[in-house]
Design a protein around this ligand. Structure first.
Ligand code: NAD
Length: 495
């Protein structure tokens, strides 16, 4: 690979290399297009030292100036979003419109953060005791690590780093090594928007880099999004090293289709939520729960629509769905589909038989009916374009099924009945719920997060909870005594 195709770290505003590298592929062609450097613990040390220096200046920078950086970031990304979307499509594979959608969801947080003067406001009480006032202020935690997954190379970093920076922290962003270029592109944008060097650093790498970050005393908070086994490791190791941590994990999102639902719109919603972005969304629907006697009809409608999807290179204008991220992912997904019949499932649609490009990491949409807990396709997160259908007789069975699942990121109910929708909203043990909406992703002024094995930690990500995560509260009690207030008091104050 030429020097031009080497994706380097950005530390203290400078591009830096490392000896070890890893190939980066275009999943639509299967070809290697670049190489990314992999950080050693020494590189991580250097990045944290630079970030700590920069953070001392950044937290002293006026909030109005910080807010202006956010406005400028918004303006630049908005004007150049096609460029960023093309980078995402080239390394991730998702279709251009989907890449633009991810950028739009990330930008919502940039917009939210531009209002940082409001979000950083504290509280105060006058006259708690005679002449004593108390206030609570928010201060940044210091240098934070943001570790992100491959499936949203722009949105997830924009959720984490923007909030952290707005709150006055410095960031070490460790993006996925499978699609690392979007992170560098965004770091350049923040710089162009006026962010001082060193406040946002991009360190590329794998477990070596991540573990160095988790164990380093210079890192005060860790935000992570990725698979559940790694999320557990991040949560535990960060806690062992005394850091605050939020670690979002995997998902198995169920969509309940009630007998009274509008089946056409439910089927269309299932197709877009199961197969959009080749099923590589943490909010993808991977299980449809058909209640009562609508299952045959629902499955037939999903099949009809899924069969017509155009699976192609994401740069192609008519592509509905691109490739999956790697050859290993393709083999893993294929294995689930191939094994489904043996486990007792009915393979209604086999993605291997879809009209597919003859190179790249492609598989078409698969639909497996008569799936039950205990089958691998049900129990495990596939993270590919595979929709399982579980048939149940009643609403209560659907509720029990979802509440028994170890994952609890998102879920949805399709019904025309307000009482059913309200009961679902009340009883379901899942962090994000859609009512006649298949991917209930919160908007910028709410935060994002699941329950159970989908989130380790106690705060959700970005938005208002993000500002809680990235700040420490400090309580200041003050009194301005009169010259005559000189009496000695040895007891604990009773007011
Ligand atoms: P992943 O867990 O493999 O990787 C995530 C990050 O962790 C990457 O930066 C990677 O370099 C690093 N990493 C990988 N293995 C590691 C290890 N052993 N030790 C330390 N660090 C390690 O996840 P992925 O494949 O990039 O992303 C897909 C997963 O992310 C899916 O499980 C998906 O559900 C999940 N996800 C969840 C959400 C959510 O909001 N809950 C959002 C997006 C993605």
């Amino acid at each position: 690979m030429s020097e031009q195709n080497l994706i380097r770290h950005i530390i203290g505003g400078e591009s830096r290399s490392d000896e070890r590298t890893q190939p980066v592929y275009n999943p639509a062609t299967g070809e290697q297009i670049a190489e990314v450097v992999m950080a050693t613990p020494k590189t991580v040390d250097a990045a944290i030292a630079d970030a700590a220096r920069a953070q001392r200046g950044w937290r002293r920078t006026g909030m109005v100036k910080r807010s202006k950086v956010m406005f400028k970031v918004r303006e630049i990304i908005d004007a150049r979003q096609d460029e960023l979307a093309a980078i995402i499509t080239r390394e991730h594979g998702k279709v251009h419109s989907d890449a633009l959608g991810e950028i739009a969801r990330g930008m919502e947080n940039v917009e939210f953060c531009a209002g940082l003067m409001h979000h950083m406001k504290g509280e105060s009480i006058e006259q708690v005791s005679t002449g004593v006032d108390v206030k609570q202020i928010r201060q940044p935690v210091g240098v934070v690590a943001c570790i992100t997954p491959f499936n949203f190379p722009a949105m997830v970093p924009l959720w984490m780093m923007t909030t952290a920076i707005a709150a006055g922290n410095a960031v070490i962003l460790k993006p996925s090594e499978r699609d690392p270029s979007a992170a560098n592109w965004m770091a350049e944008v923040f710089r162009e928007a006026g962010l001082p060097d060193g406040v946002l650093n991009v360190v590329h790498g794998d477990k070596v880099a991540v573990d160095s970050l988790l164990e380093h005393e210079g890192i005060k908070a860790v935000a992570f999004v990725g698979s559940t086994p790694v999320a557990k490791h991040i949560y535990k190791t960060s806690a062992d090293h005394g850091k605050r941590v939020q670690a979002l994990g995997g998902a198995k999102n169920h969509m309940v289709v009630m007998p009274d639902a509008d089946l056409d719109s439910a089927a269309a919603a299932a197709v877009s939520a199961a197969y959009g972005s080749a099923g590589e969304r943490c909010m993808a629907i991977s299980v449809a729960v058909a209640v009562g006697d609508i299952a045959d009809d629902f499955v037939a409608r999903v099949k009809r629509q899924a069969e017509g999807l155009v699976v192609a290179d994401g740069t192609q204008a008519d592509a509905d769905m691109g490739p999956v991220i790697t050859r290993e992912a393709l083999e893993r997904i294929t294995g689930y589909v191939a094994g489904a019949a043996e486990e007792g499932g009915t393979v209604v649609l086999d993605g291997r038989g879809h009209d597919l490009p003859d190179r790249g990491f492609f598989i078409g949409p698969s639909l497996i009916d008569n799936v039950r807990p205990g089958m691998k396709v049900y129990d495990e997160e596939i993270f590919g374009p595979v929709l399982s259908v579980v048939r149940v007789d009643t609403y209560d069975e659907a509720l029990e099924l979802i509440n028994s699942n170890r994952f609890a990121n998102g879920t949805a109910v399709f019904t025309r009945d307000g009482k059913t929708a309200r009961s679902f909203e009340f009883d379901i043990e899942v962090g994000m719920v859609g009512v006649n909406i298949p991917i209930p992703v919160p908007v910028g002024s709410f935060s994002f997060g699941g329950w159970k094995d989908s989130l380790f930690g106690d705060t959700h990500m970005y938005g208002p909870e993000g500002f809680n995560f990235y700040t420490r509260r400090k309580v200041v009690s003050s009194r301005w005594p009169e010259a005559s207030d000189t009496q000695l008091q040895m007891g604990f104050p009773t007011h």
